[in-house]
Design a binder for this molecule. Structure first.
Ligand code: ATP
Length: 415
């Protein structure tokens, strides 16, 4: 088979015509300014693989900020430190960076960067399959630039780093290798695997924010359990926390999570809550702090643990609906769902299901101002009366507005 050397047809066939048109005119505009422009990264890889991807990453041998200003039809965000811009072109978001080379002052540190050529920019990337480019200037439009054997690895389905100290420089690439391998059904190439295992201790040098980012990327994959399983086998997951496991139980939980995921819940957050579900409190807290989880996500993990600690109470089959409600009300819904899936007491899970499907949306008809109109004194009494009618609604002893009014009337008579 003749190797593909020009991607013009693939661009025209696989990308929306509007986006293909943008790339052509962006290439013209760069050329008019005497600069060279390239499409790089994941989109090149996915065009060659036939996978859907509309994330346009462009690299210019020149000044990205000036070119971005000329190209943009909307908002533009500039990072002067790295000379990169995120620009809006019609409904599309495009990343544009100046070609640069990177040097890592020490393992895991942010690299120091200086302007470079395309070859430098591709060399700083994680894997050969992500280090291909397509020329966009008119004289060579569509031409594939494959300096590091990306096409060879794509055909053989290998994830391969570009140089032996790649994982030492940036151990977050270890997580990335696992993610791409599992997403694409590739294999981490043998020497890359050896170096990955050698450099696992380097994961300690990576900041919590960067590890969290890589975990979020995994949780946004279609089947994150595959990457967690592989990370478990390689000893990468244990670096996150020794008690974490990516076993069949987790795969089963994730599968169920996809089936039941409720509206308004972020599946990625639910996955993380399930990953951490079986950790004792102290270990969960360690994970929360080492990943510097944002407050809302930390709350989901903690809530999941608190509910887990109350599963014994929730397993009581004689609980009234209002009691179930008050045991679960106030916890984040992802945490409740995590317990529905992972809780090990079936009667508790049935009560949790009742809460999620029915009880949590029950509301009394009467509001605080109705109660004041009926003669309830503003203050704590309002909360008390509202709870009374809510509980009665939950337990099915009141059904209509009139029932609620009657109940408040009785309460007023005795208070
Ligand atoms: P996809 O997940 O489909 O590859 P993407 O291409 O947008 O999406 P990003 O994570 O946004 O992936 O990264 C863009 C490009 O930047 C990648 O193709 C990769 O070459 C490079 N890159 C990202 N992170 C690193 C890293 N830690 N080290 C080296 N290169 C990286």
């Amino acid at each position: 088979m003749t190797p593909i050397t020009n991607l013009t047809d693939l661009i025209n066939q696989r990308l929306p015509a509007e986006l293909a048109g943008f790339m052509k005119s962006a290439g013209n505009m760069a050329a008019n300014g005497g600069e060279k422009l390239y499409l790089v990264g994941g989109l090149v890889r996915d065009l060659l693989l036939g996978e859907a991807n509309l994330d346009v990453d462009l690299v210019v041998e020149g000044d990205a900020v000036t070119l971005a200003r000329r190209l943009s039809t909307g908002n533009i965000t500039i990072h002067h430190r790295f000379n990169t811009a995120k620009l809006q072109w019609r409904k599309w978001t495009v990343d544009l960076t100046s070609a640069r080379s990177e040097i890592y002052p020490r393992p895991g540190a942010l690299p120091s960067v200086k302007p470079g050529k395309l070859a430098d920019d591709l060399f700083r990337r994680d894997f050969t399959i992500n280090a291909m480019a397509v020329a966009l200037v008119p004289q060579s439009y569509g031409q594939l630039i494959d300096l590091y054997g990306g096409l060879y690895d794509l055909e053989r389905r290998f994830v391969r780093i570009l140089h032996p100290i790649s994982f030492t420089d940036d151990a977050s690439r270890i997580w990335r290798a696992v993610r791409y391998e599992q997403r694409l059904d590739f294999q981490i190439e043998l020497e890359t695997l050896r170096l990955l295992q050698r450099d696992i201790p380097m994961l300690d040098n990576i900041s919590g924010d960067r590890v969290r980012y890589e975990l979020e990327c995994i949780c946004n994959e279609q089947l994150p359990e595959k990457a967690f399983k592989r990370a478990g086998e390689l000893g990468v997951l244990a670096k996150l926390h020794p008690s974490l496991s990516g076993n069949g139980w987790l795969a089963d939980m994730f599968d169920q999570a996809r089936r039941i995921s409720l509206s308004g819940q972020k599946l990625a957050d639910l996955y993380l809550a399930l990953l951490a579900y079986r950790l004792p409190d102290i270990d969960r807290e360690q994970l929360v702090s080492c990943l510097r989880l944002p407050r809302a996500l930390a709350r989901i993990l903690r809530d999941a643990g608190s509910i887990r600690a109350r599963l014994g109470e929730l397993a009581n089959t004689k609980l009234r609906p209002s009691q179930i409600y008050h045991l679960l009300h106030g916890y984040s819904s992802e945490a409740v769902t995590a317990n529905l899936l992972a809780g090990d007491l079936p009667p508790a899970r049935r009560n949790i299901q009742l809460y999620l499907e029915e009880l949590r949306s029950v509301k009394p008809v009467l509001a605080g101002h109705d109660l004041i109109d009926m003669g309830v004194t503003p203050g704590p009494g309002i909360g008390e009366a509202l709870k009374l009618i809510l509980d009665a609604r939950l337990d099915g002893t009141v059904k209509t507005r009139r029932d609620e009014e009657r109940l408040v009337g009785e309460w007023l008579a005795t208070n």
